[in-house]
Design a protein around this ligand. Structure first.
Ligand code: THU
Length: 139
């Protein structure tokens, strides 16, 4: 999907969501965008809270938007965070890797961006190997 119109749409959706991030404590704004199985794009931002542990990651917000709209499969997800050109890229936290797993496959691409554009892409399997998912409960 590198350099496709779909990637460009995901980047723009994540960028717009990131602008609305509520990150007064960390000042670390993140936007996420999901391509759902219907072809629609769902975006979300991080929503921090004065009671710090109650904050929510951008990926969680985007997944909530997708599920609320009725989609159940993530075909691709893009995360935009951090500073342009920063050494560290904004990969999803461990909890969000598991949340993505619920609606994705090991092959699902996770695109990591900074505000200037795409930095890296990983299949979910690379970020969450040997994962536990819905099929583990299909007994
Ligand atoms: N954050 C995300 O929203 N997604 C990530 O992939 C990494 C971290 C948020 C959580 C918190 O609001 C801020 O970034 C700093 O950790």
């Amino acid at each position: 999907m590198t350099d496709t119109p779909e990637l460009a749409h995901l980047i723009e959706a994540a960028r717009a969501a990131r602008e609305n991030a509520h990150a007064p404590y960390s000042k670390f704004k993140v936007g996420a965008a999901i391509l759902g199985e219907s072809g629609r794009i769902f975006a979300g931002c991080n929503v921090e809270n004065a009671a710090y542990p109650q904050g929510q990651c951008a990926e969680s917000s985007a997944i909530g938007a997708m599920v609320t709209a009725g989609d159940r499969r993530i075909l691709a997800i893009l995360v935009m965070g951090g500073e342009t050109g920063a050494e560290d890229i904004c990969t999803p936290c461990g909890g969000c890797r598991q949340r993505i797993r619920e609606f994705a496959t090991p092959e699902t691409p996770i695109h990591i961006c900074d505000p200037a554009g795409l930095r890296r892409s990983f299949p979910l399997e690379t970020l969450l190997p040997e994962s536990f998912g819905p099929t583990n409960l299909a007994f």
